[in-house]
Design a protein around this ligand. Structure first.
Ligand code: HH2
Length: 338
């Protein structure tokens, strides 16, 4: 089909005839926005879409790791790094990291995302053996605690070591650009992988980022990364996609992506979004300390839920969980999730 198709997500209990569930989840749509580069958008009835496009937008996403996507999943962040932007240094000592992982599990995280390399703007890259030494003992210690473990890494050797220690999801902020062999690790172990958009180099990514059309450029980029994953033996149903909020993006870029987030459902993969404590929240609210940005983070997370995002990556698990547990029943129409 010519152009980019963006479902217009709704959560009202009154659904017109012909409304379809968005990705089988809690939102529905009966109209889509049609986007073309350099042209004004137009709105079209969903019934006018070709059958395959409508099917990809409405079909429930395949369950992964026991998550069936009937409610948003919460991914709690654990940075086993000395320099992450919001909690760097706090959990660098392994005992502290392990205690924090247990606390995140108790707060109700569905997934625990453990990282040993900061990807904040300007961060230096960490040798794979140092990164593995930070994360593997933590993964081994918490693998039995409860939530699924995700390894936040750009490196195949770290992913391999993390999987051996008990990680069952790979979260690659470079979208397999930094080390494409990471796709082979996911393929070989038949594990899901999250492919995020970010510019090539985190060190320079915030220096005047530019796009022709941020939404469509990132959509095309992720579509390419999925094709690469499929070629490496990772089927589309095992790929999660993430537009990479805050990675090589200005405030205007982040807002453009979050406002039209539903476009990414057209890729046919579960959508993961990380807004937690990020600097755009500080810019919008005037709150400079990252740990004080919890209310703004929750507002942005709930906006992502209203766009049908299946996974929220957050630092404040208990607070987000409470917000989501109130939001979801307000959107659902008495068990009719169809
Ligand atoms: N954001 C960060 C790290 N990993 N992964 C995904 N899939 N999506 C994100 O938005 C994302 C991510 C950055 O946040 P944080 O982990 O707190 O900081 P740092 O990279 O400095 O460790």
């Amino acid at each position: 089909m010519d152009g980019y198709v963006r479902p217009i997500a709704q959560t009202d209990p009154a659904r017109p005839d012909g409304a379809r569930a968005l990705a089988g989840g809690w939102c529905w749509f009966d109209r889509v926005e049609l986007l073309h580069r350099g042209e004004p958008p137009s709105v079209l009835a969903a019934s006018e879409l070709p059958g395959d496009v409508l099917d990809r937008l409405s079909r429930p996403r395949a369950p992964l790791l026991g998550l069936d996507w009937t409610r948003p999943a919460i991914m709690g962040v654990l940075n086993a790094t000395p320099d992450s932007f919001s909690d760097g240094g706090l959990y660098a000592a392994q005992a502290d990291a392990i205690a924090r992982a247990r606390a995140i599990a108790e707060e109700g995280a569905d997934i625990l995302d453990i990282g040993g390399e900061s990807t904040r703007p300007g961060a230096d890259t960490v040798p794979p053996q140092d990164e593995a030494a930070r994360v593997v003992p933590v993964i081994s210690a918490v693998a039995a605690v409860g939530p699924r473990i995700s390894i936040d890494t750009r490196k195949s050797a770290v992913a391999e070591a993390a999987v051996a220690a008990g990680a069952t999801l790979i979260n690659d902020v470079s979208g397999a650009r930094h080390d494409p062999a990471i796709l082979d690790v996911a393929a070989r172990h038949e594990l899901p992988i999250c492919l995020m958009h970010s510019p090539e180099d985190p060190k320079t990514m915030q220096q005047d980022p530019r796009y022709d059309d941020v939404l469509l450029d990132i959509y095309d980029h992720l579509a390419d990364r999925i094709r690469l994953a499929e070629a490496a033996g990772v089927p589309r149903h095992r790929v999660l996609v993430d537009p990479g909020i805050g990675f090589g993006k200005t405030l205007a870029h982040n807002l453009a992506l979050l406002r039209r987030l539903t476009l990414f459902h057209t890729l046919g993969c579960p959508l993961l979004v990380g807004v937690s404590r990020k600097s755009f929240i500080g810019t919008l609210s005037g709150v400079s300390r990252a740990e004080d940005r919890v209310p703004g983070s929750i507002a942005a997370a709930l906006a992502a839920v209203a766009s049908g995002a299946q996974v929220l990556r957050v630092h404040d698990v208990a607070a987000t969980r409470q917000a989501v547990s109130v939001m979801v029943p307000l959107m659902k129409t008495g068990g009719d999730l169809g």
